[in-house]
Design a protein around this ligand. Structure first.
Ligand code: NAD
Length: 287
């Protein structure tokens, strides 16, 4: 009996920090093989030859035609264009890019009618376990415990706060049974009076006379510096006690391994928007 052929993978942003980590992780997933690599037209190493003789290209249509599943860690604009090309070609799609607006995520999710798709602000198994734990803690502790999130990332990170911090905020809201604190709250919706939230929800900055902390607010603070690959601390601050849940990462390997695992899981599935929690076998308490 002959072995099943490995499915071809397109890595989008193949020479970026995550793209390189994803290519390295592919070596440990026998069901997948690098088949195409996309980079920006202006990238100095465009045309370079990578693993399995794959040449770095900027030809989206031809790259998509050569693969079964795409893994994309780039920018929101590139992600949307690539996902649409994947949908046109019937190629499964894994989106790791952060900084997506609500309109972006809606557009990606709509493509789930045509292809299997998963998007996640964080593909680490441990971080997704943290999301699960945070949701459970928020459910049990309720808004009487003030929730604050602190994240730290490398100096070159483009978006703030991190997609993972926003996902953790969303998990707190889910756990409390409140409307989601969405990623859109980042875009221009800084709270009035420099961080003073009139209603419960995200508080992204505090400066000046902000007044008392609104009940049920979820504070998110972003720190930047050095080469840090990501740290997230979620605090539930009560009267005379504090619960902290922390994840610290020192490499990008676990994000890449999770995205490759997701790609292997997704390839060949029915069209649909799949949740990373489902792919990792995590069952949220709300399910
Ligand atoms: P990076 O800047 O190192 O890499 C992005 C790459 O995309 C660059 O090489 C760039 O040249 C390339 N690119 C730009 N335009 C392109 C185009 N038109 N076609 C193809 N490639 C193009 O950034 P990074 O640190 O690798 O992060 C990328 C994204 O992944 C960010 O949004 C980051 O927040 C996110 N991220 C997500 C996770 C996760 O687990 N979901 C983990 C880490 C980073």
């Amino acid at each position: 009996m002959s072995a099943v052929a490995a499915r071809g993978v397109l890595v989008v942003g193949a020479l970026g920090r995550m793209g390189r980590a994803v290519r390295a992780a592919l070596a440990h997933e026998p069901s997948l093989v690098l088949a195409a690599a996309l980079e920006a037209k202006e990238h100095p190493e465009r045309g370079a030859r990578l693993e399995h003789g794959v040449v770095v290209s900027d030809d989206l249509a031809s790259a998509v035609a050569q693969c079964d599943v795409a893994i994309d860690f780039t920018t929101p604009a590139v992600t949307l264009a690539t996902a649409r090309a994947c949908a046109d070609a019937g190629v499964a799609y894994v989106a790791g890019t952060t900084g997506l607006s609500r309109a972006d995520t809606d557009a990606l999710d709509a493509l789930g009618a045509r292809i299997p798709i998963v998007r996640a602000a964080n593909f680490s198994l441990a971080v997704n376990t943290l999301v699960w734990l945070v949701r459970a803690a928020a459910q049990r502790l309720g808004p009487a415990f003030d929730a604050e999130i602190v994240e730290l990332h490398h100096a070159a990170k483009r978006d703030a706060p991190s997609g993972t911090a926003l996902r953790l905020a969303e998990a707190i809201a889910e756990g409390r049974g409140e409307p989601k604190a969405s990623e859109d709250d980042r875009k221009g919706e800084r709270r009035p009076a420099k961080g003073r939230a009139k209603t419960s929800g995200l508080v992204l900055e505090r400066a000046g006379e902000v007044g008392a902390r609104p009940a049920a607010a979820i504070g998110v603070q972003a720190l930047r510096g050095g080469d840090n690959t990501g740290e997230h601390t979620v605090m539930f601050i009560g009267q005379g006690e504090r619960l902290e849940l922390v994840h610290r990462s020192s490499t990008r390997d676990h994000f890449a391994a999770g995205a490759v695992h997701a790609a292997a899981w997704l390839a060949g599935r029915e069209p649909g928007v799949y949740r990373v929690e489902e792919i990792f076998g995590l069952i949220p308490p709300s399910d």
